[in-house]
Design a protein around this ligand. Structure first.
Ligand code: BES
Ligand code: ZN
Ligand code: ZN
Length: 507
């Protein structure tokens, strides 16, 4: 998808399709309005007979309408006037994209001044318009042979161009927001692709290579990758222990972004990069096991976060640490009862080899602690219990730091991603005590599986360092039933946008 922000009179353009918007009235029994005044008059009858209601994401397509230089006109609902949020705009733009795709058009003009009513919300809405279009345009079809053929046919693969037309197009803030939306949409889609690639094509080595390749040419961003020998030397007993059941080597990926003075403490992001989780010796049931290729989405989304932060040139220092391995059941695999030692010296019994995410994160969090960061934020598809608790709407997060909680809430408010604060107490910590080693990797109590997992992670975070853990088990993929800018089955790239908003608070 190609975009451009155009400062032109929209009616003077000529292209295949025009997208305008509609808003429902705040007053009961009052007709909705099409936000393009001439089309509002032209479509008066359609509005009167309630074929256009202004309902959020409603799309009404007028094929071959022949309005001025446009063949087709699409009217997209924004919801009730006066209460339109940036998330509504994101969803309406996604709906617009889907309608354009259904029309099979290659070029369209979007009446942005129908979304933003003035300078106040223009920047915010410009960003969400671009995000909605870009996120909705994501497809993962590179493994279909028919699509490969299509790509050879230049005409068939010609990308869609959308002209976002606004009289505010030359406004500095609108321009910057437009660029930001493009960066965010692109990096989220980048992370989604990593998630969607199957385990055989997304091994720890390939995940590390993808991070290295993506960072090439981005100013201030450096990527270092540790192989198995180095991981061993660095005493990462959790990551090494989990990797022992697989022929694939583990990787520890370090992304460093320098956007501020060297003395400024970094913001640390940590991700679970489990490229396939069969559960190990405590093997998972086969039904649905294929979904465990998504167990690296936390890692993929941290990679996306660092790419976005660097592309946005945020004036902070940031690190991204991704522990990556497979969890398989080969002859050398960790067995239930085995004890490993994490990088910070703490020992743990592996009483269930399927609770492996916390073991690899233990080393990554220990390493993050050594960097003396301002804050540590981690993302992981950590527990099935999270899916039970919150389903696939909200990402559950854990933190004992109230200031950080406020920051997270603010960031999520800006990004539009739903988060929910979960409890983490000393009771949960107690449940994770080991019998033979310091810790057990499963709880001795019943229930609260996400909180006890978080309590385990907490043992590897240095005292005094603000830390928040995001369990994306329910939101990392298959959230397209809730969000029209996500594919029904694939990875969502969740938390990239929220993490970038969080990072901005450390500028
Ligand atoms: N990767 C899974 C968690 C998961 C399950 C994510 C379903 C998304 C959907 C994780 O490694 C795991 O298997 N956790 C176990 C922990 C248990 C053994 C304490 C779980 O949640 O069942
Ligand atoms: Zn597991
Ligand atoms: Zn897992």
């Amino acid at each position: 998808m190609v975009f451009n922000l155009l400062n032109k009179e929209i009616d003077s353009l000529t292209c295949q399709a025009l997208v305008v918007f509609s808003k429902a009235s705040a007053q009961k029994d009052k007709n909705p309005k099409v936000t393009h005044s001439e089309l509002n008059k032209k479509l008066a009858e359609v509005i009167a007979e309630k074929s256009i209601t202004g309902k959020l994401s409603e799309t009404v397509t007028f094929r071959e309408m022949g309005y001025k230089g446009f063949r087709h006109v699409v009217v997209v609902g924004l919801g009730k006037e006066n209460s339109i949020s940036h998330e509504d705009v994101r969803q309406a733009s996604a709906a617009a994209y889907q309608a354009l795709k259904a029309l099979n058009v290659k070029e369209a003009a979007l009446h942005f001044d129908g979304i933003a009513t003035g300078k106040k919300d223009a920047a915010d809405f410009a960003r969400s318009t671009v995000e909605g279009l870009l996120l909705a345009s994501y497809v993962f079809d590179e493994l279909k042979s028919s699509k490969k053929e299509d790509k050879k046919d230049a005409k068939a693969s010609q990308e869609m161009t959308v002209h976002v037309v606004s009289k505010l197009a030359n406004d500095k803030a609108v321009k910057a927001a437009f660029t930001e939306g493009t960066i965010l949409g692109t990096t989220v889609n980048f992370s989604r692709r990593l998630g969607d690639l199957p385990g055989n094509l997304m091994t720890p080595t390939l995940l590390a290579n993808a991070a290295v390749d993506a960072a090439k040419g981005i100013a201030g961003l450096k990527v270092t990758v540790w192989d198995k020998a180095r991981i061993k030397k660095e005493r990462m007993g959790g990551l090494l222990g989990v990797s022992m059941g697989s022929d694939q080597e583990p990787r520890f990926i370090i992304m460093e972004y320098k956007g501020a003075a060297a003395a400024k403490k970094p913001v640390a992001f940590v991700g679970k990069g489990l490229t396939f989780d069969c559960g190990g010796i405590s093997i998972k049931p086969s039904a649905g096991m294929e979904e465990m290729k998504f167990d690296m989405c936390g890692g993929a989304n941290v990679i996306g976060t660092l790419l976005a932060i660097a592309k946005l040139k945020l004036k902070i220092n940031a690190v991204g640490l991704i522990a990556s391995t497979e969890n398989l059941a080969g002859p050398s695999a960790t067995k239930p009862g085995d004890v490993h030692t994490a990088r910070n010296g703490k020992t743990f019994e592996v009483n269930n080899t399927d609770a492996e995410g916390r073991l690899i994160l233990a080393d990554a969090l220990s390493y993050a602690t050594e960097l003396e960061p301002q804050v540590i934020i981690d993302a992981a598809t950590l527990t099935g219990a999270m899916v039970m608790a919150l389903g696939n709407t909200h990402t559950g997060y854990f933190t004992r730091n109230s200031q950080l909680k406020n920051k997270v809430e603010k960031a999520a408010g800006e990004s539009g991603e739903w988060v929910w604060n979960m409890p983490l107490t000393d009771h949960h910590v107690k449940d994770m005590k080991g019998t033979y080693a310091d810790l057990s990797n499963i709880s001795s109590g019943k229930g609260a599986g996400s909180a006890t997992a978080a309590a385990f992670l907490e043992q590897f975070v240095g005292e005094g360092i603000p830390w928040a853990h995001f369990d994306i088990a329910g939101t990392g993929w298959a959230v397209g039933n809730r969000l029209n800018y996500c594919t029904p089955k694939g990875a969502s790239g969740v938390m990239v946008r929220t993490f970038v908003e969080l990072a901005k608070q450390y500028v």
